[in-house]
Design a protein around this ligand. Structure first.
Ligand code: AMP
Ligand code: ZN
Length: 470
């Protein structure tokens, strides 16, 4: 059997994955969502890849400490530390407070995870819950001489980290030459904000005291600070989408390794992008041109149709989204169910040498840098063999612990719980908040009743209104 191996972005090759001696728990950190808007199905593709990684590590018998962060502060609209805070922009767009925006989209995000049958991480870490840790990290970098101050913040001095360009294989000369004009007070284009001061003329909704003045942390700092606090100074696997390689992960490495003097992550794994249509357009949250899981459901798809669609391509390849391709994933899942539904409840504890052989092939496929498309092929082959039904049932259950397609439930059992889309819930809750503000209790009750009749319960709390399925 080939050993478990993953493609490591840091070395640009496949490497055997093992843990340091005496350790059996993988410390894994995945960059999570910025909760100023719904997650689009591209974001969800990345979380699905990370879910396959999570499930594969468990299949290989590892314990797992999996942290996913929720970015609820500091992610600016431009990677150059300029522009607005995405959260504050989200608040302006929806007329809510930043805290309400964060609470609402965090909940919507978690709902998508459940619908897609993505395993819960060990810890969800919210950036705003780790402000002291972020300040501490900046202090360490300051003491070690890696920072400087400008009129708008404290910056990381990337010239002091000679390996800065290595991870993303950046053409540093050209990069630094090319962007001299829009650098502001930064010493080099690759320098980045660790702490930003609140603008003098406007009061930010989210700001904290710090040794440098009132402000908020830069986006990159949160991941380093939380990963180190929750998992340790050197973690085993760090993952995210490929867009994070050039800036976000490069910066995480620079600040973490300068602070500790140790490697930050042993393996870096990145999921390739989902693109729109056969022409491969960009799906972007910031321009508002994106598809959500709820929209797919409104059009009659089961979230697991999308899960299977994502599983059919390797995580390191681009995947083009088309409605036709999703339709064909839906048909494939239906036909898979036709074969697996009759096997439900028939699994046997002991399986033959032939079944064990199929199991070994499956394990080898997923262990070969998560070759899920090959593993799906193995499942289809198993279903075509004439091994006894009970053994087939055992293999289906076993393989599905990685696929996560809920093949042990009849497809009819996994219909959406309500006909109201998450987008519609948002509009209705917003309208109700406005009705309450103008003391229009009749209208606010009407909205509550409408939601209730359609299977949605709402609760008013200190951070705004939350909802759940009844
Ligand atoms: P964000 O909420 O923008 O910080 O992104 C959340 C995650 O989704 C990150 O890991 C991104 O790298 C990833 N991501 C963003 N756009 C896409 C896309 N079109 N396809 C796949 N992953 C994406
Ligand atoms: Zn991150």
């Amino acid at each position: 059997m080939m050993p478990l191996s993953f493609y490591n972005t840091a070395s640009r090759r496949k490497e055997v994955f093992t843990l340091p001696k005496g350790d059996n728990t993988v410390k894994m950190y995945a960059c999570g969502p910025t909760v100023y808007h719904f997650a689009h199905i591209g974001n969800l593709r990345t979380y699905l890849f990370e879910d396959l990684l999570h499930r594969t590590l468990k299949y290989y018998g590892y314990g797992l400490n999996h942290v996913v962060n929720i970015t609820d502060v500091g992610h600016l609209t431009s990677d150059q530390d300029e522009g607005e805070d995405k959260m504050e922009k989200g608040a302006a767009r929806t007329g809510k407070t930043v805290w309400e925006v964060a609470a609402f989209y965090t909940q919507a995000f978690m709902e998508d995870w459940k619908r897609l049958n993505i395993q819960e991480p060990t810890t969800w870490s919210r950036a705003t819950d780790f402000i002291p840790e972020q300040i501490k990290l900046v202090q360490i970098l300051e003491e070690k001489g890696f920072t400087y101050r400008t009129s708008d913040g404290i910056y990381f001095d990337s010239l002091k980290f000679p390996r800065y360009a290595d991870f993303a294989k950046l053409d540093i000369e050209n990069l630094r030459k090319g962007s001299r004009i829009d650098m502001g007070e930064k010493h080099a284009a690759t320098d980045f904000a660790l702490w930003k001061f609140s603008p003098k003329d406007t009061k930010r909704a989210m700001e904290w005291d710090s040794p440098w003045g009132v402000g908020f942390p830069g986006w990159h700092v949160e991941c380093s600070a939380m990963a180190m606090k929750l998992l340790g100074e050197t973690i085993d696997i760090h993952c995210g989408g490929t867009d994070h390689i050039r800036v976000h992960h490069t910066n995480e490495i620079a600040q973490s390794e300068c602070a500790t003097g140790k490697p930050f992550a042993r393996f870096w794994m990145h999921g390739e992008f989902l693109r729109m249509g056969t022409s491969g357009g960009k799906m972007s949250k910031s321009t508002g041109e994106f598809l959500t899981l709820s929209l797919l459901m409104e059009k009659g798809f089961n979230p697991l149709d999308y899960r299977l669609f994502a599983l059919t391509s390797h995580y390191r390849n681009y995947l083009n989204f088309t409605w036709e391709a999703l339709e064909s994933a839906k048909e494939s899942l239906k036909s898979l169910h036709k074969k697996t539904d009759p096997l439900i409840g028939k699994a046997t504890a002991i399986i033959s040498a032939e079944a064990l052989q199929w199991q070994a092939e499956f394990k080898e496929a997923i262990g070969d840098d998560l070759n899920i498309p090959r593993a799906l092929g193995i499942l289809n082959s198993v279903l075509k063999t004439d091994i006894p039904e009970g053994e087939k049932a055992t293999l289906v259950l076993d393989f599905d612990s990685v696929f996560g397609l809920k093949l042990n439930e009849e497809r009819e059992d996994i219909a959406p719980k309500s006909d109201v889309s998450v987008e519609e819930i948002e509009v209705l809750i917003h309208a109700r908040t406005a009705a309450r503000a103008s003391k229009n209790w009749k209208e606010s009750d009407r909205i509550r009743d409408e939601l209730s009749a359609r299977g949605i319960e709402i609760k008013d709390g200190p951070n705004g209104t939350t909802w759940s399925y009844k």
